[in-house]
Design a protein around this ligand. Structure first.
Ligand code: ADP
Ligand code: ADP
Length: 224
C-alpha cells in the first residue's frame, strides 16, 4: 500500500476527533472521504500532511512515517475549497510559483506549466489575472498549481463545494480524467455522496471520526 493510516487517534481537548483503524490506499488510486460536516475529514487531511500530529498510530507514505520526512520532501499537494491563489498574479505565474522556488530553468518551467494548463483546459487564459476568472476556472488553476510539482499524493478538501451544480459536474469529470491520465494518488474529501460515487475508486465513509464503511461506488449505489 502506498499510504497507510493505522490506529490513528486524535483529540481536541477531551473530544476524540479521530479513531481510524485502517485506511490503506494504493498508488494511483482515487479515494474519497465521505461524511457530514464535523466528522473529522479536514483533521485527517492535516494529519496526512503532517500539520497535525495524532496522539497514537502511524501514517506511512511510501513506506516512510510522515512525521519523519522533512517538510520540504513530503511532496503532498493540497487543493482547498477557497482556491488560495495569489490574487495579484496571472494564471501562469500562479502555476509557475512552485517551480520557481525550486530554481528550475525558465524553459523547463514554461514547458511544465503549459503542459499542465493544457491538461486542465486553461491554456488560453495563461496571461489573465486570476481575479478575472470564474470560480470553476480558479479551481482549475488551483488544481494545475498543485499538479505541476508532481506530488506523491494530492489531497482535495471539498474542492468543488463552492461551485454551482453544472460546473461541479464538469470538474468532477475532468479531475477523474486527469487523475487517471497522470495515475496520481488522490484523496478527495466531500460531504456529497453523489460526487463521491461519480469520481472515486473507493469510498471511505466517516462518522464521528471513524470509518463506518468502505465501498466501491457500484456497491454503494446498489444499497437500498
Ligand atoms: P470536517 O472536515 O469533517 O468538517 P473537521 O476535521 O474540520 O471536520 O472537524 C472535526 C471535529 O473537530 C469537529 O467537531 C470540529 O469542530 C473539531 N475541530 C476541528 N479543528 C479543531 C481545533 N483546531 N480545535 C478544536 N476542535 C477542532
Ligand atoms: P472545514 O469546512 O474544512 O471542515 P471548518 O469550517 O470546520 O473547516 O474549520 C475551519 C478551521 O477552524 C479549521 O482550521 C479548523 O481546524 C478550525 N476549527 C474547526 N472547529 C473548531 C473548533 N471547535 N475549535 C477551534 N477551531 C476549530
Amino acid at each position: 500500500m502506498f499510504l497507510n493510516i493505522r490506529d490513528v487517534t486524535l483529540f481536541f481537548g477531551e473530544n476524540q476527533v479521530l479513531a481510524i483503524d485502517d485506511i490503506s490506499i494504493n498508488e494511483g488510486e482515487l479515494v474519497t472521504l465521505l461524511g457530514p460536516s464535523g466528522c473529522g475529514k479536514s483533521t485527517l487531511l492535516r494529519c496526512i500532511t503532517g500539520l497535525e500530529q495524532p496522539k497514537t498510530g502511524s501514517i506511512l507514505l511510501d513506506g516512510q512515517e510522515i512525521q519523519a520526512i522533512p517538510t520540504k520532501d513530503r511532496n503532498i499537494g493540497f487543493v482547498f475549497q477557497n482556491y488560495a491563489l495569489f490574487p495579484t498574479m496571472s494564471v501562469f505565474d500562479n502555476v509557475a510559483f512552485g517551480l520557481k522556488i525550486k530554481k528550475m530553468k525558465s524553459e523547463e518551467i514554461n514547458e511544465k506549466v503549459f503542459k499542465i494548463l493544457n491538461l486542465v483546459n486553461m491554456t488560453e487564459h495563461a496571461d489573465k489575472n486570476v481575479q478575472l476568472l470564474s470560480g470553476g476556472q480558479k479551481q482549475r488553476v488551483a488544481l494545475a498549481r498543485s499538479l505541476v510539482t508532481e506530488p506523491k499524493v494530492l489531497l482535495l478538501d471539498e474542492p468543488l463545494s463552492a461551485l454551482d451544480a453544472r460546473i461541479r459536474k464538469q470538474l468532477q469529470q475532468d479531475i477523474r480524467k486527469i487523475q487517471q491520465e497522470l495515475k496520481m494518488t488522490m484523496i478527495f474529501v466531500t460531504h456529497d455522496q453523489e460526487e463521491a460515487m461519480r469520481i472515486s475508486d473507493r469510498i471511505f465513509v466517516l462518522e464521528a471520526g471513524r470509518v463506518s464503511q468502505v465501498s466501491t461506488p457500484e456497491v454503494l449505489y446498489q444499497k437500498p
